[in-house]
Design a protein around this ligand. Structure first.
Ligand code: PEP
Length: 246
């Protein structure tokens, strides 16, 4: 079953108010390709300004807390992200798993909080290079899915992003064959975990997606879009990726 593709940009700890000017051409490209979804996830302080600048473009966050409010200095509740107009929350990105020690249980709790607040949760999974070299890539990702995917997730509330850690920001990508094998394994696991809804959850590929490789990667079976880091920072790079996914 072909699912509606999603191309999401993760600005990480980059951007500024001035950089939101990039959203004008990105929003125009999104409008020109109504057959797919496009989202940009800037740092928290830019979410509201991004929504106000391009209300038709979906804006999201790169993280959220598990709780709804309270004494959690520096954290941001999913409900607040929704309140300022956010529609997505990336959770469990490998940089957060590594930099902040986030484990699968915490990622699942964050995904559940995002969904409860009305956001679409983008749950990230992916193996390290050592795990791939040891022949454990699929087993590692299956384990992350078992621990991170909310059991009540549906095609409307949940997206999974497969991001091999060794491909993020390196310019290296897995072969189309390896991407297809992994996405097929993720699809099978999602159907085990979620039943019929597992067939409807979009599975994004992320890791050094560029204008030059987007169309090839997006054509692989069970690749339902892309999560894009560095190449989402400028319309010059991101717009051709949107076109490549369409
Ligand atoms: C990411 O970190 O989500 C990512 C995919 O980064 P990049 O596209 O820069 O590899």
């Amino acid at each position: 079953m072909a699912l509606r593709k999603l191309v999401a940009g993760n600005w990480k700890m980059n951007g500024s108010l001035a950089a939101l000017a990039e959203l004008d051409a990105i929003a125009a490209a999104a409008a020109a390709h109504p057959g797919l979804d496009v989202a940009i996830c800037p740092p928290f302080p830019l979410i509201q300004a991004a929504v106000q600048r391009q209300p038709a473009l979906a804006i999201g966050a790169q993280d959220c807390h598990t709780g709804t409010s309270g004494a959690h200095t520096g954290d941001v509740a999913a409900a607040l992200i929704a309140d300022v107009g956010g529609r997505y929350a990336i959770v469990g990105h490998s940089e957060r798993r590594a930099d902040h020690g986030e484990d699968d249980a915490l990622v699942r709790a964050k995904a559940e909080a995002a969904i409860a607040a009305g956001l679409v949760a983008i749950v990230c999974v992916g193996e390290t290079e050592a795990e791939r070299d040891a022949g454990r890539a699929v087993a590692v990702v299956e384990g992350q899915l078992d621990g991170s995917v909310p059991p009540a997730g549906t095609g409307a509330t949940l997206v999974v992003a497969y991001e091999p850690v060794w491909a993020i920001g390196t310019g290296r990508t897995p072969s189309a064959g390896d991407v297809g094998e992994m996405h097929g394994a993720i699809r099978a696991r999602l159907q085990t975990l979620l039943g019929g809804e597992g067939a409807k959850v979009r599975i994004l590929y992320g890791g050094s997606v560029k204008p030059a490789n987007a169309a090839e990667l997006m054509a692989v079976a069970d690749v339902d879009g892309a999560l894009v880091g560095g190449a989402s920072l400028t319309a010059e790079q991101f717009v051709p990726i949107i076109a490549g996914a369409a």
